[in-house]
Design a protein around this ligand. Structure first.
Ligand code: FES
Length: 83
């Protein structure tokens, strides 16, 4: 079984705690220290907005697609999918 989870951000969310600590939360989904940012998002820098990129379990880029075909029909990247 496989699962596709879509992440569109290329940088972490920076959270400042009430005590003043700064925490970088991973928003790209590729962090080695998830949910905290590990800097791995740097490999998303050259991703194009209209393309979907696939990463293997080791978080190396494994491929890309300009269109996704689901059982309900074709979806453009960024188009929401109703479940
Ligand atoms: S935002 Fe994911 S590793 Fe930095």
């Amino acid at each position: 079984m496989a699962r596709i989870v879509v992440h569109t951000k290329k940088a972490p969310y920076i959270y400042k705690t009430p005590k003043g600590d700064v925490v970088a939360i991973c928003m790209c989904g590729l962090s080695d220290t998830y949910p905290l940012c590990s800097g791995k998002h740097a490999i998303t820098a050259d991703e194009e907005d209209e393309v979907v990129y696939f990463y293997d379990p080791n978080k190396n880029r494994a491929g890309k697609a300009s269109k996704i075909v689901l059982e309900e029909g074709e979806k453009e990247p960024g188009e929401s999918v109703k479940v």
